[in-house]
Ligand binder design. Structure first.
Ligand SMILES: [Zn+2]
Length: 319
């Protein structure tokens, strides 16, 4: 059983864990909410507990695993497993030795990678990107994350490559959650879209978005709420989604002009929900900016779903 790996996807709202065979088959899984108070050690404790639960479901001991891979938000130093500035997580503005803490708790080797990058590698190896050698992953969710595989190898740059969400699509444009202006994420990220919807609603534009949010007891405008609003032809929702698609098409086409990758994999909460529905307008927007507009890359929607991040994290042991 020494070849089994653990995978942990650390998200802002939930921790998803799995026990995974080298080929990607999941033998046991568990999930729990990400702690909203305390600090990094509390998050690490919850991660370890969830991984133990997965191991129990798979009938193995964590110490017998080849190792445990982690996909983490924030700035990840792969060599040391130190994670810094994971601002969606409680008390995590500074640096924390996540790899070391988990290794101690689980009694096995731990490797930490960037959450979006490992998700893209999972799609590349086992999902929507299987038939390609070079892919750009675009994870359209709360923010817009990205990851790159070039000629079959992950491209990490100096550690921070793939930040497609912060491609500038408009100089001095809308305010981005990153503090800069005009980034793709400032138009397409779910939290930026929600902020813009709120501003316009307060300025008197009519929309059912916030009524739907309250009715379905959601703390924010989830991808499901956006979908409901679109289904009832909510004008503001349609306008903001098309604004997002415009920004995505512009930013992704710019990246394609530079890299000429074979395929773009669209993932994330909004990407998986709306990728098919808005494929036509997205391709149209991309073509406007593609230097080779008669030869666009394939655009595919991610196929691994909720477990993709945890499976991708386990693949850190194949790098
Ligand atoms: Zn930005």
């Amino acid at each position: 059983m020494a070849e089994l790996r653990g995978g942990i996807d650390l998200g802002g709202t939930k921790i998803q864990t799995a026990i995974v065979e080298p080929g990607g088959k999941v033998l046991g899984e568990a999930r729990r909410p990400t702690p909203t108070s305390g600090g990094p050690q509390d998050v690490a404790d919850a991660m370890a507990a969830s991984l133990r639960e997965s191991a129990q479901a798979a009938g193995v001991e964590t110490a017998s695993l080849q190792g445990v891979g982690v996909g983490s938000p924030g700035d990840v130093e792969e060599a040391t497993g130190v994670v810094s500035g994971a601002r969606n997580l409680p008390g995590w503005d500074g640096s924390f030795g996540l790899g070391e803490a988990l290794s101690e708790a689980l009694g096995t080797d731990v490797r930490v990678g960037n959450d979006v990058q490992v998700g893209v590698e999972a799609e590349f190896r086992l999902g929507a990107g299987r038939e390609f050698e070079s892919v750009l992953g675009v994870f359209w969710g709360t923010g817009v994350g990205g990851g790159l595989v070039l000629d079959g190898k992950p491209w990490l740059g100096r550690g921070a490559a793939g930040e497609i969400g912060h491609m500038v699509v408009k100089r001095n444009g809308a305010q981005c959650p990153c503090g800069r202006k005009g980034c793709m994420e400032a138009y397409a990220g779910r939290s930026a879209m929600e902020a813009e919807a709120r501003r316009r609603h307060e300025d008197g534009e009519k929309t059912d978005l916030f009524k739907l949010m309250d009715k379905h007891d959601k703390p924010r405008l989830t991808s499901g709420i956006w979908e409901r609003a679109l289904d009832r032809n909510d004008h503001l929702a349609e306008d903001l989604i098309h604004r997002a698609i415009g920004a995505l098409g512009t930013g992704v086409a710019s990246a394609v002009n530079l890299l000429d990758i074979e395929a773009v994999i669209l993932g994330g909460g909004l990407g998986e929900r709306f990728g098919q529905r808005f494929m036509e307008p997205l391709m149209r927007e991309m073509r406007k900016h593609l230097f080779l507009d008669d030869n666009p890359p394939a655009v595919r929607v991610a196929t691994l779903g909720d477990l993709g991040g945890a499976i991708g994290a386990s693949l850190l042991f194949d790098r």
